[in-house]
Design a protein around this ligand. Sequence first.
Ligand code: FES
Length: 124
Amino acid sequence: MGIPQPAFYMFKCEQSAPPGMPKPSCVTPDTQDLFQYLAQKLMKEGIMGTVQPIRTSCLNRCSSGPVMLVEPGHIMYAGLTKEIIDRIVSEHIIGGNIVEEFVISSELWDAPITPADMKKQMGI
Ligand code: FES
């Protein structure tokens, strides 16, 4: 038997804008321990490995930060706190139900454009 692939990847934005920059940041002094919290939560639940947390750079939804993308599913969670991470892990990752109340607004996260369609739009 082969090594099983993860069931989920959780891409937590770890971009931190320098103080004074106009762009909001997903990592501030108040939120800087969220990735570590997520990793500890997965370990406590005994699901680290089949759920892989990933530190990522900007996911281009900075104004809604801290944000985290869950794959598979293209689910983008916004405004993260420790309490919200607990709910995402127990209800979505373990329970199988997306926690709609913390999903980014659809105005900011509309259906994707396929790369083939984007090339057509660009005329290339
Ligand atoms: S800094 Fe996190 S989405 Fe841009």
